[in-house]
Design a protein around this ligand. Sequence first.
Ligand SMILES: Cc1cc2nc3c(=O)[nH]c(=O)nc-3n(C[C@H](O)[C@H](O)[C@H](O)COP(=O)(O)O)c2cc1C
Length: 139
Amino acid sequence: MMRVAIVYDSSTGTTKAAAEQMGEMTRAAGHECSVESIHDADPAAVSAADVICVGSWTKGLYVIRQGPTQATIDFIERLEPLGGKRVAVFTTYAIAVGKTLGKMASSLEAGGASVTGQFKSKGPNAAAEFGTWLRGLDA
Ligand SMILES: Cc1cc2nc3c(=O)[nH]c(=O)nc-3n(C[C@H](O)[C@H](O)[C@H](O)COP(=O)(O)O)c2cc1C
């Protein structure tokens, strides 16, 4: 059993819905899981979880200059040193994610995270691969 913290930045609810579905899947797999907006979450409490998932909607000019929101990067930078902790990143998007997931991963890795999952979904559902990642958590 892991303690999993899922945090997200959502403007119109899509990323929030994906995060909540990921939370349900995580609990159904037997883990404890919190799901919170980065605007409400306490970085210290999130840092204390066994496993962390950070999500943002994809923001850019649709086909170029995509990235996570600045608020997402600011939240990541407020996390405590992660010392190899497993972290997944996720994004929801309309057309193309570009470097959104890579930018989130780099920022987390700079804080010591081991980024073991990167998921994108076009819409409010968890990415199909999230279930596979979840099954690897107890290993
Ligand atoms: C200002 C703005 C910029 C966006 N830029 C992109 C983009 O560069 N690429 C893309 O695929 N989707 C882009 N989108 C679409 C959103 O990423 C997508 O609708 C997302 O699921 C919204 O998540 P939310 O409902 O959690 O806010 C953009 C949306 C807005 C409002």
